[in-house]
Design a protein around this ligand. Structure first.
Ligand code: AP5
Ligand code: MG
Ligand code: ZN
Length: 216
């Protein structure tokens, strides 16, 4: 099953992806995670990405497309994949269509997590992530048992450098001007499904799983 998650920053794409990939046994491909890893390792890709990610701006399409093209060709994607945060521009979507056509594959589902802009700032500024395993928490909405400690692996929790009020504003503007037009792109192809991302985390997971199984 080839799945794409869409939605504004903080909609819950990563949170839901962690759960859905476990249930459907497919890899989670997040371009944001890939950039953060490269930035941490200080690779040339990381240095390039940092110029944009730190400002809340989209990384140029050619850089981003290259990462996804390489990743989709790896063996673990053979039975399917879940893309989170890619594509984010019409040009990336066209590049993805080309990559998949070249592999004789196509997208099966595009899930859009709908969350009102007024909720996103609180979600993002309260987000905490595990340094070791990448699990996502929220200080109020999904707190770990012990403050600052990952409930799954005991790792230390940290805050993303782009989760400040100022950068969230830029990220939301980027989303509205460049990424939101993709919803019409996928709707035209009859792939788009809307899920209410404002409900409880477990409820959202169940609704996505129903969509993917075609039992909603
Ligand atoms: P990326 O890492 O993809 O960030 P994003 O799109 O801004 O999305 P987030 O990861 O912030 O939100 P999410 O939807 O995953 O929410 P989460 O589940 O964590 O990209 C970062 C940067 O990389 C970009 O700005 C850009 O620079 C670059 N980049 C990445 N991809 C690119 C591309 N394709 N092209 C160009 N540049 C690219 O949840 C958020 C919080 O809410 C958490 O604390 C969570 O616990 C909480 N929460 C989740 N669900 C619920 C719920 N139902 N109720 C209450 N709280 C909830
Ligand atoms: Mg994410
Ligand atoms: Zn952890």
């Amino acid at each position: 099953m080839n799945i794409l998650f869409m939605g504004p920053p903080g909609a819950g794409k990563g949170t839901q992806a962690e759960r859905i990939v476990e249930e459907f046994d497919i890899p989670h491909i997040s371009t944001g995670d890939a950039f953060r890893l490269a930035m941490k390792q200080g690779t040339p890709l990381g240095q390039k990405a940092k110029e944009y990610v730190d400002q809340g701006l989209l990384v140029p399409d050619d850089v981003t497309n290259g990462i996804v093209r390489e990743r989709l060709q790896q063996d673990d994607c053979a039975a399917g994949f879940l893309l989170d945060g890619f594509p984010r521009t019409i040009s990336q979507a066209e590049a993805l269509d080309e990559m998949l056509a070249g592999m004789n594959r196509k997208l099966d589902h595009v899930i859009n997590l709908k969350v009102d802009r007024s909720l996103l700032l609180a979600r993002l500024t309260g987000r905490r992530i595990c340094k070791s395993c990448g699990s996502t928490y929220h200080v109020l909405f999904n707190p770990p048992v012990e403050e600052g400690v990952c409930a799954k692996c005991g790792g230390e929790l940290y805050q993303r450098s782009d989760d400040t009020e100022e950068k969230v504003g830029t990220r939301l503007d980027e989303y509205i001007s460049k990424t939101a037009p993709l919803l019409a792109y996928y709707d035209k192809q009859d792939l788009l499904r809307e899920v209410d991302g404002e409900k409880e985390i477990d409820t959202v997971t169940a609704e996505i799983a129903d969509c993917l199984r075609g039992t909603e």
